[in-house]
Design a protein around this ligand. Structure first.
Ligand SMILES: Cc1cc2nc3c(=O)[nH]c(=O)nc-3n(C[C@H](O)[C@H](O)[C@H](O)COP(=O)(O)OP(=O)(O)OC[C@H]3O[C@@H](n4cnc5c(N)ncnc54)[C@H](O)[C@@H]3O)c2cc1C
Ligand code: FES
Length: 258
């Protein structure tokens, strides 16, 4: 039997940070099975289900509740951000492979662009019994784009910020913060494609162990539509399906510039 569950889940709590909404949903089956780095497909129940579901990373688990951090950008995320406590959402999950948690005593660097910080809260919790040496490098357009990072301070992570308009942290891109990253570090990355490419290139050049969580478009989330494929460095190898082979890949496993 599949580990995935399809559920209609009520919203139990809502938190808003700038353009991000954290939806806590009552989803005991998913909370019990999920591992850090996995995602769920989320949508609105009928009769409002006029959109496809969207992939959303599992942000945190608290007992039977699952948290989803949603950035308001388009059709589904706007609709999700307008829901209130008690409203139901349709959820399929947990999906995907999750992060490799075997850090072998290394300090951890999490590199997030925008809403790319979403899977790192669950990851930080999953690594808590292995290390306290976790640094979150986070970048965004402006101060508001970085306002959903309070969880990192609460969990005791070191945070290093960059904003494109210079309103918080160093002015520029998050990738500008990574000059001193050493091969002794275990790096996890999630964010927009140009950022992923840049960190992947750095990691490969310096032989830094690095896992990339890809956030491309997904229609089905379960390996059926082939809408999420990603090339492999070896052109003779079949394309990866991000939804089922990923969304997490080692930097050596995918070709992001093709
Ligand atoms: C594995 C995986 C995990 C994901 N996890 C999350 C998550 O935890 N939280 C989350 O909010 N999203 C996450 N996404 C993205 C999410 O699936 C949707 O793509 C996103 O919510 C936009 O859907 P929409 O219907 O609101 O916008 P659409 O109507 O599909 O798109 C509207 C416009 O917004 C643009 N857009 C899409 N994403 C972004 C973005 N991040 N920043 C700026 N513009 C964007 C689109 O290119 C388009 O131009 C994840 C995607 C994947 C594949
Ligand atoms: S999203 Fe359909 S195959 Fe991956």
């Amino acid at each position: 039997m599949s580990d995935k569950v399809f559920r209609t889940c009520p919203i139990t709590r809502l938190e808003r940070f700038g353009r991000e909404t954290v939806l806590w949903i009552q989803a005991p089956d998913i909370a019990a099975k999920a591992v850090a780095g996995q995602f769920v497909m989320v949508g609105l129940p009928r009769p409002r289900a006029n959109f496809l579901k969207r992939a959303i990373s599992i942000h945190a688990i608290d007992g039977a509740e699952v948290a989803l951090a949603v950035l308001t950008v388009g059709d589904v995320s706007v609709a999700l951000s307008r829901l209130t406590v008690g409203d139901p959402v349709e959820v399929i999950g947990p999906l995907g492979n999750g992060f490799d948690l075997d850090i072998q005593g290394r300090p951890v660097a999490m590199v997030a662009g925008g809403i790319g910080h979403a899977p790192f809260r669950f990851l930080a919790a999953a690594l808590a019994d292995q290390t306290k040496d976790i640094t979150l490098y986070a970048g965004g357009r402006d101060r508001a784009a970085l306002s959903g990072l309070g969880w990192a301070d609460k969990m005791g992570l070191k945070t290093v910020l960059a904003s494109e308009d210079g309103s918080i942290g160093q002015g520029g891109y998050v990738t500008d913060l990574l000059g001193d990253l050493s091969p002794a570090t275990q790096v996890y990355v999630c964010g927009p494609l140009p950022m992923l490419r840049s960190v992947q290139a750095l990691a490969l050049a310096r032989a830094i162990p690095c896992q990339l969580s890809l956030e491309g478009k997904m229609a089905c989330g379960v390996g059926v539509c082939l809408g999420c494929t990603c090339a492999r460095p070896d052109p003779t190898e079949a394309y990866a399906k991000v939804c089922t082979d990923g969304p997490v890949f080692w930097a050596e496993e995918v070709k992001l510039d093709g």
